[in-house]
Design a protein around this ligand. Structure first.
Ligand SMILES: Nc1ncnc2c1ncn2[C@@H]1O[C@H](COP(=O)(O)OP(=O)(O)OP(=O)(O)O)[C@@H](O)[C@H]1O
Ligand SMILES: [Mg+2]
Length: 334
């Protein structure tokens, strides 16, 4: 078994008396892509900077490719970690051409460096623009140069902090697809911080949810989507109905029937809009509004349990009944 690409063992980073990253342990297998998601201030950038070596942990041990790089009495600087960084502000060197930017971090003879840099620009579709300076490149082109520059030295680990956030929707998708393809081809492991869960879900092997510096959940995108363990995790991945509930004797009475609960007392009942359906019988309500959402419509149904959003196939009005798919109703901490 190969060593994990990245291992965090009880990592904490404090600023003053607040822990920006609080006792986080996780492990990312080689060649895998992990997205960090979470509310603003949750500690995502700090965690990335710890892995990179731009921050030192106050406690815990961090290893890259099985080698401890930070911990008690231990510190390996950025340039020795074999890690590449792609941040939101791309910071291409303005006085260098695209080609020079990509060749900058490469070792070897000049002609060889140029050839490898050109090959990388070709891979991101920019061989024709190799001799342009950054000011003469569009935002998306600059992003691609930054990507080529980060990947050209063939790092084992690539860290991205919201690399797509400055791009429009169309470019975002193509740059994101490039990133996923190039990472898969190179076999590098990656950690990507993003606010866009939809974007992350399609390109990563795992999601880690950080809230208040703590790792709340780490699992495959589908597992976090279907089985979030907190309301925050549920909301981060997409629209969800949340209702208050009360757990007693190992179960909660929900509008869609009794659901087993591991916890007692106040809880939240979560169900996604696409897992509720209109039916002949079930929870009664009336449609208060119905909004067009491209490939579907989202009806807001007023029920005795509160308003519920339901995905429907066309404009809907009047009295309706709702049922939930089996297993769709989740019980989360209150
Ligand atoms: N250098 C610093 N000095 C003091 N506090 C800091 C420093 N860097 C980060 N923090 C604090 O640590 C917490 C986590 O910040 P961090 O930048 O990691 O959050 P984030 O999850 O990246 O947020 P966002 O989604 O807004 O980028 C915040 O409360 C922030 O104010
Ligand atoms: Mg951040």
């Amino acid at each position: 078994m190969a060593e994990p690409a990245i291992t965090l063992d009880r990592i904490t980073r404090r600023f003053g008396d607040r822990a920006a990253v609080d006792d986080v342990s996780l492990s990312l297998a080689e060649g895998r892509i992990l997205a960090l998601l979470g509310p603003s201030g949750g500690g995502k950038t700090t965690l990335l900077r710890l892995i990179a070596g731009l921050e030192a942990p106050d406690a815990g041990t961090l290893s890259i490719a099985g080698r401890p790089v930070a911990g008690p009495g231990l510190w390996m600087p950025v340039e020795q970690r074999g890690v590449a960084l792609v941040f939101q502000d791309l910071a291409l060197f303005p006085h260098m051409t695209a080609l020079q930017n990509v060749a900058f971090g490469l070792k070897g003879a000049t002609s060889d460096r140029r050839a490898r840099a050109l090959a990388w620009l070709d891979r991101v579709g920019l061989a024709d623009l190799a001799h342009r300076h950054p000011h003469a490149l569009s935002g998306g082109e600059q992003q691609r140069v930054a990507l080529a520059r980060a990947l050209a030295p063939e790092p084992r680990v690539v860290l991205f902090d919201e690399p797509f956030s400055a791009l429009d929707a169309h470019l975002r998708q193509s740059v994101r697809d490039d990133v996923a393809r190039l990472l898969r081809d190179s076999g590098a492991s990656a950690v990507i911080v993003t606010h866009d869960a939809q974007e992350a879900m399609g390109m990563v092997d795992a999601l880690a949810i950080l809230e208040g510096g703590r790792l709340i959940q780490m699992d495959t995108p589908q597992a976090v989507y279907d089985h979030p363990i907190t309301a925050t995790a549920a909301r981060l991945l997409g629209p969800v109905n949340l209702l208050p509930g009360q757990a007693e004797g190992g179960a909660v009475e929900t509008p869609f029937g009794r659901v087993a609960s591991a916890q007692e007392g106040p809880v939240q009942i979560a169900v996604r809009p696409e897992r509720l359906h209109l039916a002949q019988a079930g929870l009664a309500g009336h449609v208060a509004g119905c909004a067009f959402a491209g490939d579907c419509w989202i009806a807001t149904v007023e029920t005795t349990a509160g308003p519920l959003r339901v995905r429907v196939s066309g404009p809907t009005q009047g009295q309706v009944h709702l049922v939930a798919e089996p297993g769709a109703v989740r019980v989360l901490p209150g």
